[in-house]
Design a protein around this ligand. Structure first.
Ligand SMILES: [Zn+2]
Length: 76
């Protein structure tokens, strides 16, 4: 008496290893994003972006001057 063999795994869709669908890209340079540096590809790009913020590249021009840090956020 024969046992019924298990069904083949051909129903499982095969996908090549290492392929990611819609991999995020670095917002600075467009390279593949490293998970630990999201949304950047590297610490360098993260620093560049922070630097851009610090120098006002992302700021909308207003009549307000930069705050002197007396807004009590407690960051040091
Ligand atoms: Zn980058």
């Amino acid at each position: 008496m024969e046992k019924t063999p298990p069904p083949p795994l051909s129903d499982v869709p095969t996908r090549p290893d290492g392929v990611r669908v819609s991999a995020p890209k670095c917002v600075r340079c467009g390279k593949a994003v490293e998970a630990r540096y999201r949304p950047f590809c590297s610490q360098r790009c993260a620093d560049m972006d922070l630097g851009a913020w610090a120098t006002g590249a992302y700021r909308v021009a207003t009549d307000e001057g930069p705050s002197d840090g007396s807004d009590g956020e407690g960051q040091k």
